[in-house]
Design a protein. Structure first.
Length: 192
């Protein structure tokens, strides 16, 4: 199921119109009518293609009164494009590359009790990602978990398991579909 995420990214970019939209948005935010005008296409066609790009996280939206401006999420584009190069290599994640082993150990020591409970959830992004990676490392790659199983697993770390579950999804440590959860490959654990 997880490699499907990489496949879906490449499928989304496997269309000439979507590549053109990405190229336009590299120059800055645009609203749908402007994109349609520049590409000589109808607004419904643009809406369809924007939806496909949004599904894989490549598009951000900002509303200004009745107009929605679209912008390119360049970080997602870059990380998703690079993810295929590390599949099956056992490479380290970007999070691990930005934190030294000493920093990681210190963060874990400061935020977890001796019995493994999370004292509090860090606000700083780097520390949050170390905490999430530590928690995710206890899950089995390739196993599909029910929401109940994930909740029970996360309760051993902190009573606010819903926040931990949501953060694991948002920070790409886990993938959720139809209330089933699966650990993403380490290569998809990226910084934002």
């Amino acid at each position: 199921m997880q490699l499907n995420k990489i496949v879906e990214f490449h499928k989304a970019l496997g269309d000439l119109t979507r590549i053109k939209i990405v190229a336009l948005l590299q120059q800055g935010p645009l609203h749908g009518q402007a994109i349609a005008g520049k590409l000589g296409l109808t607004p419904p066609t643009i809406t369809h293609h924007i939806a496909k790009l949004r599904e894989v996280g490549l598009i951000r939206e900002r509303r200004d009164k009745n107009t929605i401006y679209f912008s390119l999420n360049e970080k997602i584009l870059e990380m998703s494009a690079k993810a295929i190069l590390s599949v099956g290599t056992g490479g380290t994640s970007n999070m691990e590359m930005s934190v030294t082993p000493e920093e990681r150990e210190a963060i874990i020591k400061n935020f977890f009790t001796k019995d493994g409970k999370l004292k509090n959830y860090p606000a700083q992004r780097k520390k949050k990602l170390v905490i999430l990676a530590h928690i995710a490392n206890g899950l089995e790659f390739g196993k599909v978990y029910s929401e109940k199983e994930i909740n029970e697993y996360l309760k051993q770390y902190h009573e606010d398991y819903a926040t931990l579950r949501r953060e694991l999804i948002m920070c790409q440590y886990m993938y959720r579909e139809n209330n089933e959860y699966e650990l993403n490959p380490v290569e998809l654990w990226w910084l934002r």
